[in-house]
Every structure is written in structure tokens, then in C-alpha cells.
Design a protein around this ligand. Structure first.
Ligand code: GTP
Length: 171
């Protein structure tokens, strides 16, 4: 087939943040593939669109599988970080994971764009993207371009704005 100039996008976030739902909105139905390793309880999914190649995994399990997911940092040329903007308690956990990501040796020195989705914006209890940004301490990220969008992964609202920003940063 045609060789694409693919960009490796890592899509991460805590469990239940909406990654799978979001990915289903982004994914062409022809590109579905699943690569799950149930024996170790860590799952990775990969798929491609015309210009982007996605790797998706959960940053859950109290870092139990960190040594496995870290392996994907090296090849990442962009990161999508999905946050459940209703789950206020666990935004603290998401922040810890973000902080660990930013200082990781395979991420620290690279000026890769990070796109945040404050997901589940449709729910009445959801925090605004500004509030999520404050709680996540995004203004402290100086070494990389970043952007945050409110999103509804169920309808796809907000996804295009985010992906357009990412494409712009990558081209
Ligand atoms: P894991 O599979 O545990 O890693 O979770 P995930 O991050 O892939 O989340 P998933 O896509 O499974 O979504 C978790 C739950 O949130 C599901 O019940 C979704 O239907 C729901 N959900 C995801 N995005 C949204 C959203 O934008 N709005 C609302 N209301 N619900 C959402």
C-alpha cells in the first residue's frame, strides 16, 4: 500500500476517562485492530488514520504497569491526555501521572505537543476546561506546547478542535 508519513500519537489517561469512546470517534472503521495482553492486565491499542498513528493505553493501576507503558514514550511524537472532568477526586491522580510523564527521560527533552481533553463536558457536574487546566497545573508546562479542549467523546464535540490543533503543531 501507500506508505504514510505517520506520526506516533500516544493517547493516555486514567481508566474511565473516555479514551475508548474518543478513539472510536477518531478511528476509521477499516483500521480497527486490538492488541491486548490480558495475562498482565495491561492493554494497548494501536490504529492509524491517514496521517496519524495512535497508541492508546490506560495509566491506571497505581502505576503498577508503568514499566510497560513507559516503553511507548520513546516513539511518541505527540500526546493526547484524556481527563474525566467530572471525577474531581481523581484529577489529583491524573496530575500525578502527568507530572511523572513530563519528567520521564524519554519525554523530558522532547518538545512534543500535548493535547488535553477535559472530557464529559456534557455532564452537569463537569468542571470547565479552565478549571481542569488549573487543577492539572498546566501553566507549569514550559517545555512543550500544550492545549486543552472540553470534549464530549459520546458525540465527538470538541474532538476536531483538538485534533486540528495537534495537526497544526505537527505540520
Ligand atoms: P478504560 O477502558 O477503563 O480504560 O476507560 P476509557 O478511558 O477507555 O473510558 P471509556 O471510553 O470506556 O468511557 C468510560 C465511560 O464514560 C463509558 O461509560 C462512556 O460511555 C462514558 N463516557 C466517555 N466519554 C464520555 C463523555 O464525553 N460524556 C459522557 N457523558 N460519558 C462519557
Amino acid at each position: 500500500g501507500i506508505k504514510r508519513n505517520e506520526v506516533n500519537v500516544l493517547c493516555i489517561g486514567l481508566d474511565n476517562s473516555g479514551k475508548s469512546t474518543m478513539i472510536n470517534q477518531l478511528k476509521p472503521s477499516s483500521a480497527q485492530s486490538q492488541d491486548i495482553a490480558p495475562t498482565i492486565g495491561f492493554s494497548v491499542e494501536r490504529f492509524s488514520t491517514t496521517s496519524l498513528s495512535f497508541t492508546v493505553f490506560d495509566m491506571s493501576g497505581q502505576g503498577r504497569y508503568r514499566s510497560l507503558w513507559e516503553h511507548y514514550y520513546r516513539d511518541a511524537q505527540a500526546i493526547i491526555f484524556v481527563i474525566d472532568s467530572v471525577d474531581k477526586m481523581r484529577i489529583v491522580v491524573a496530575k500525578e501521572e502527568l507530572d511523572a510523564l513530563i519528567i520521564h527521560p524519554d519525554v523530558k527533552s522532547k518538545r512534543i505537543p500535548i493535547l488535553f481533553f477535559a472530557n464529559k463536558m456534557d455532564l452537569p457536574d463537569s468542571l470547565s476546561s479552565v478549571k481542569v487546566s488549573q487543577m492539572m497545573g498546566l501553566e507549569n508546562i514550559k517545555s512543550k506546547p500544550w492545549h486543552i479542549c472540553a470534549s464530549n467523546a459520546l458525540t465527538g464535540e470538541g474532538l476536531k478542535e483538538g485534533v486540528d490543533w495537534l495537526q497544526g503543531m505537527l505540520s
